[in-house]
Ligand binder design. Sequence first.
Ligand SMILES: C[C@H]1O[C@@H](n2cnc3c(N)ncnc32)[C@H](O)[C@@H]1O
Ligand SMILES: [Zn+2]
Length: 449
Amino acid sequence: MIQPHGISSIQDKELFLKNRSTLITDVLLPNKKQVDIWYDDTGIIRAVGPEVAKEHRSEADITLDGSGTLAIPGLVNTHTHGAMTLLRGYADDMHLQQWLSEKIWPLEAHLTGDHVYWGTKLACLEMIKSGTVAFNDMYFFMKDAARAVDESKIRAVLSHGIITFGNEEKFETELKATDDVVHYVRSLHSPLITSAIGPHAPYTVPPDHLSICAEYGHKEKILLHTHLAETKQEVDDCQKTYGMTPTALLDKAGCLSDRTVAAHGCWLSEDDCRLLGERGSHIAHNPVSNMKLATGRAMPYHWLSDKGVNVSLGTDGCSSNNNLDMLEEMKIAAICQKFFWNLDTLLPAAEVLSMATSCGAKALGYAGGEIKEGMPADILLVSLHCPSMIPLHNPVSNIAYSADGGAVDTTICNGRILMRNRYVPDENEIIKGASSSADDLLNRAGIMA
Ligand SMILES: C[C@H]1O[C@@H](n2cnc3c(N)ncnc32)[C@H](O)[C@@H]1O
Ligand SMILES: [Zn+2]
């Protein structure tokens, strides 16, 4: 086993076992203030400030030396398909509809719960190693995904991806799968995991099925997670078939509320943005996936923010990104907006950091994404000894534009230490399990790994 730097004794390994009252000393905040942070064993931040170590040292079970690191809130990935880690590099450089219907869906037809378990374990590992503490996931075999997330101790909103193309029998199966996930997640009694209903998109789920999804979501008081206005073809087809935009169609079906997270939004019109603002719905921006699949237009961030829409950030799945690194995503979001809309002031560094943290927590419906008293201890310690963090003229700029996930030294979610000195306890087992699971998937599909 790799002996990671600084983790040597049994006692150190106990760091990862459970929540304990923790003091982080001498850490820098993005505003360049040097502080100590203290949180208790319920995982809630109780004090942040220069004198905190003096006042609370005796109450802390663990002390982490934060010197040489910058503390930022844990990152929130508001749109992904976790287990698609197994499909990383399987189908690149294709047109979106062809990519889905000729490569992705045929392979996904061979998925089992075991694949999704290992794919989600790998996704959680990758997220922990790059500073993500919460994600909004839409995929299949979500009870297996829930097991993987529960073991990984990060936050997640889990939805079964509903794709019906109008088939009633399929819709019944999909609703049953959704209901199973909702009840299974509740039975876990985890404060970190919730469920959502996930009608895949207006082009895969017709209006009558969308309405039933919306009703179910309202009845269960859960999020509704969907794809929206990703391509021009989607918007044109919707106009032709239903005489309205996909956004108006979702609204007519009752799918737009403040519990709705819609991914992409590349081809939203200004009126669509106004409607989303009125409904309090959230848009998850996925710039890497959009650029890779050549959706042809960047999400109109200026219109969305003008209309008061909460815009968060997501990576999309590993088959269209091809990683889950939210620090990388932040940079690409900020530069993609400036480039596409030819506006150098659009989406500045501080805004993209909020997009990846507090706006994400808001979209997923929990209090978080800020390092302050009363907030959950979702904290990253980013190494200041990385070349990409030097010099430190502006910590927020370095985070948004310069660092990548490899700069994250320590990841804490809800007070629990998940990575320290870049060490995650079960990393080797996960890599082994996920690699053989990916081979197994391709073998089952008759593709030589
Ligand atoms: C939940 C479903 O969503 C599919 N999926 C993955 N990425 C995208 C995308 N960019 N657009 C639409 N669907 C996507 C998954 O492959 C799965 O079939
Ligand atoms: Zn997606």
